[in-house]
Write a protein that binds this ligand. Sequence first.
Ligand SMILES: [Zn+2]
Length: 48
Amino acid sequence: MHRLPRCETTECGTAFADTSRTGRQRYCSLRCANRDAVRRHRARATLT
Ligand SMILES: [Zn+2]
């Protein structure tokens, strides 16, 4: 059974097949994961 979550990167929003064993894949691709990591890092840097 495949779940079809949406990529957590809002500007992407692609529905993808979660192929991870944990079922906790949050992004459609490593590229999106990296992009969101950079964004979170920047947001934190701006706050402090
Ligand atoms: Zn994505």
